[in-house]
Each structure stands twice: as C-alpha cells, then as structure tokens.
Write a protein that binds this ligand. Structure first.
Ligand code: CAA
Length: 259
C-alpha cells in the first residue's frame, strides 16, 4: 500500500509510527485508517519489532475521525467506518507488539480512542484529550464509550462523554488516563526510554502479559486467575524462562530470544 498519511520508521526492535496529516490535525479519514491498519499488520508480521511508539506530526496526536468525510456518510457508511475503526484498535490491543502512545497534542474523539487502545500513554503537557463527539450530535464510534469507563470509572467517563469537554494532560494523568506527562521536548525521549526497557524483555512474556491483562479485564475474576495459571504453566516450557533464571543465578543480564 502506498502510504501518504502514516509514516513507519523501524529501528531494531522499536518502531515509530507517525500520523502525518498535519493540515487536518491528523484526522482519521478512511485512507488514513487503512494506512494505520496496514502499518499494524506489517509490524505484526515483522517478528522483530517489540514496541511501537505512536505519535503525531504537528500540533495534534489525532483530532478524531475526519468530520468532513463523516458529514457525507449514510448509516451504512457509518457502520463500515465504525467496524473498521474497531478492527484497527482491536488489532493493536491483541497485538504481540507493545503500543506506546506519545500524545504530542490534541487526542480527541477517535484520537483519544486510539490512545486508549495503546498499552501505555505518555502525554506532552501541551496535549488536550477528550471525547467531544456529543458536540457533533454523535457519540464515540471506535470504542470510547466502553474503553473510557473501563479505564477511569463510569462516572468520570460519563462526565467526559456527556459534556464533550477536553481535559489537560495533567488532568488526564490525575484520572489515570495517561501514564505520565512530560515537557514537549521530553515526550519522544521518554517514550523511547520505556520502549527500550520493554524491548530488552522476553517477547513471549510481553505477549503473555498483554493478553492476560486485556483478556482478564473482560472476564470474571475466577476465569481470569485461571488464565494467569495457564500462562504461568506455559512459561515454564519457554527458553526465555530457562535463560532468565540461569542469568539470575550466574549474576549476568539475560539474553532473551528475539521472538
Ligand atoms: N476532522 C476533519 N478536519 C479536522 C478535524 C477533524 N476531526 N479536526 C481539525 N480539522 C481541520 C480543520 O477543519 C482545519 O482545516 P481547514 O484549515 O481546512 O479549515 C484544520 O484541521 C485545523 O483545525 P482548526 O483550524 O480547527 O485548528 P484549531 O487549533 O483552531 O482547533 C481543534 C483545534 C480544537 C482540535 C479543532 O480543530 C476541533 O475541535 N477539531 C474537531 C475535534 C473533534 O470533534 N473530534 C471528534 C471527531 S468525531 C470522532 O472522532 C468519532 C469517532 O469516535 C470515531
């Protein structure tokens, strides 16, 4: 696919995905969403990349779905668009790759929803975050009504969804919506530092932990604990657990397999 609105840079086990439609504040039209989907597929097949940092060019991370394109959609188009958005975000969540949102500016509507589908979010103190869809006579269509309450609680989520207010990065941090807030210049270095740390770990465990946390959150506690036990058992037949424990005993750094 010829990508114009999404740039992918791979540096060893760490990739950077840059949303690159700054004139429209990186708004998600069908083309941009398809390009993002293509990038996610490429990373999934890559087999070497462990972490992907997602950020935006210009003053926005992603200012949401493309309102100009949506204004011409009928209900059937809306169905396709919502299904496509959900599929892209679900593929990030179920991916073996750890997605780190480096929120450089506006993360609104679909942008906030993409941030919430990431595993970790870091925000610049210039970022503005929110679900303003209600101001357009719609509601979030890429999972916002479901991921937001799961992350910050139902009452706080309903306040954001019902008022459509945008919040600052500090407020998002207070609500537990982002992991940390940095000065704008420190955003990408901070994201790279976390990515580097994670990329030095076992790829098998990265994917096990993502699966347990994400799947476990949507099932009952007993079943979720069983899930953990089954992955714990599976861990004991991996080369990485032999290497990790051997390295501890030999007082050296573990050398985990790439994949
Ligand atoms: N869709 C299409 N174009 C957008 C856009 C969007 N979501 N957000 C910004 N743009 C465009 C503007 O129309 C403008 O284009 P022109 O120069 O051609 O007029 C350009 O980007 C720059 O934007 P502004 O001039 O508005 O910039 P600003 O700094 O004055 O304001 C802003 C920034 C507060 C983010 C404002 O642009 C804004 O409110 N954007 C819309 C945010 C929004 O409502 N997002 C939710 C979309 S719905 C959704 O996402 C549904 C879903 O769940 C899937």
């Amino acid at each position: 696919m010829d990508r114009q609105n999404v740039v992918l840079i791979k540096e060893g086990p760490i990739a950077t995905i840059k949303m690159n439609r700054p004139d429209a504040l990186n708004a998600l039209n069908l083309q941009t969403l398809a390009e993002l989907s293509d990038v996610i597929d490429e990373l999934e097949k890559d087999g070497f990349v462990k972490c992907a940092i997602l950020t935006g060019e210009g003053k926005a991370f992603i200012a949401g779905a493309d309102i100009k394109q949506m204004s011409g959609m009928d209900p059937m188009d809306a169905k396709k668009f919502a299904r496509m958005g959900h599929a892209v975000l679900d593929s990030m969540e179920s991916s073996k790759v750890v997605y780190i949102a480096a929120v450089n500016g506006f993360a609104l509507g679909g942008g906030c929803e993409i941030m919430m589908a990431c595993d970790i979010a870091i925000a610049s103190n210039k970022a503005k975050i929110g679900q303003p869809e209600i101001n357009l006579g719609i509601h979030p269509g890429f999972g916002g009504t479901q991921r937001l309450p799961r992350l910050i609680g139902r009452m706080r989520a309903k306040e954001l969804l019902l008022t459509g207010d945008n919040i600052t990065a500090d407020e998002a941090y207070r609500l537990g919506l982002v992991n940390r807030v940095t000065e704008p210049d420190a955003l990408l270095p901070a994201a790279r530092e976390i990515a580097g740390k994670i990329a030095s770990k076992s790829a098998v465990q990265i994917s096990f932990i993502k699966t347990m946390v994400n799947k476990g959150a949507d099932i009952d506690l007993m079943s979720a604990k069983e899930l953990e036990i089954s992955y714990f058992i599976a861990s004991f037949s991996t080369e990485d657990r032999s290497e990790g424990m051997k390295a501890f005993i030999e007082k050296r750094r573990p050398d985990f397999k790439d994949r």
